[in-house]
Design a protein around this ligand. Structure first.
Ligand SMILES: NC(=O)c1ccc[n+]([C@@H]2O[C@H](COP(=O)([O-])OP(=O)(O)OC[C@H]3O[C@@H](n4cnc5c(N)ncnc54)[C@H](O)[C@@H]3O)[C@@H](O)[C@H]2O)c1
Length: 245
């Protein structure tokens, strides 16, 4: 995992929910050397890549739809002190047109992406340090009604995440907790798949002419965690290579 020097070490106790792979795992890797402690929660029983990315990290199985598993996970994290930094990349795509999607598929996507973020914020709340920073994960699809790798329901779920973060920012401000959203463009992870034709089509739609590496999204997360972003709350950081322009 590459490390960057853009944000200095700032310490703290982080939790990444959905950090076993992809953008979440990249954030775990970039946090190594900058934060003191890391707990990663995700669906698989084991996540060997987490220890490679952040050797001292704790990994626990949790499902964002299952509040009790999240509460347990945040409890484990809090054994290492108050939680200062949270990132919630846990999510699923739904590349199905609106007129073809069935209500079970729609409910699953909205439940994981939106209710999952609600559950995570609520499970984190009792353990947050004053000055803590929470980063939710939206998508360029939030602004466009899907249309890239997710359909309209996915886009709607990500628009909801942006709104949720703004509301959370307002509610948690009296506790000196900041809440922001990162909105990635098309990024080379398992979610994007490996079809080269799709990669080329999506890369051509970005002004920078390529897809993002997960680390390029993770840089924004580490920035939003760090004191360098101390005046940002309720904001959305678009990291999309100019794909909407
Ligand atoms: N890859 C992209 O092009 C792209 C673009 C825009 C936004 N995003 C968003 O970025 C975030 C991370 O996606 P990624 O690209 O790294 O995909 P990914 O599929 O590689 O990672 C998603 C992670 O979320 C976890 N997860 C899924 N459901 C969960 C649940 N119920 N409980 C706990 N964890 C769960 C998965 O196990 C996985 O580790 C997602 O929210 C996604 O919507 C991705």
């Amino acid at each position: 995992m590459t490390q960057s020097n853009n944000v200095d070490a700032f310490g703290g106790n982080a939790v990444v929910v959905g950090g076993a792979r992809g953008i979440g795992l990249a954030a775990v890797g970039l946090a190594a050397g900058r934060l003191d402690a890391m707990t990663v929660l995700d669906l698989p029983e084991e996540a060997p890549d987490v220890a490679t990315a952040f050797p001292d990290a704790t990994y626990r199985q949790a499902d964002v739809v299952d509040r009790a598993s999240l509460e347990k996970g945040f409890g484990v994290a809090a054994e290492r002190g108050p939680v200062t930094s949270v990132f919630v990349p846990a999510g699923v795509t739904l590349p199905v047109p609106l007129l073809e999607v069935d209500s079970e598929q729609a409910e699953r996507c909205l439940t994981i992406n939106v209710v999952g973020a609600v559950n995570t914020i609520q499970a984190a709340a009792p353990h947050l340090a004053p000055g803590a920073s929470i980063v939710l994960c939206a998508s360029v699809a939030a602004y466009t009604g899907g249309g890239y790798i997710g359909g309209p329901v996915y886009g709607a779920s990500k628009a909801a995440v942006i709104s949720l973060a703004k509301g959370a920012a307002r509610e948690l401000a009296p506790r000196q907790v900041r809440v922001n959203t990162v909105a990635p463009g098309c990024t080379t992870t398992g979610m994007l798949g490996e079809d080269p034709e799709v990669h080329t089509m999506l890369a051509d739609r970005a002004l920078v002419g390529r897809l993002a590496r997960p680390e390029e999204i993770a840089e924004a997360v580490v920035y939003l965690w760090s004191p360098a972003s101390s005046f940002m709350t309720g904001a959305v950081l678009d990291v999309n290579g100019g794909i909407r322009l």
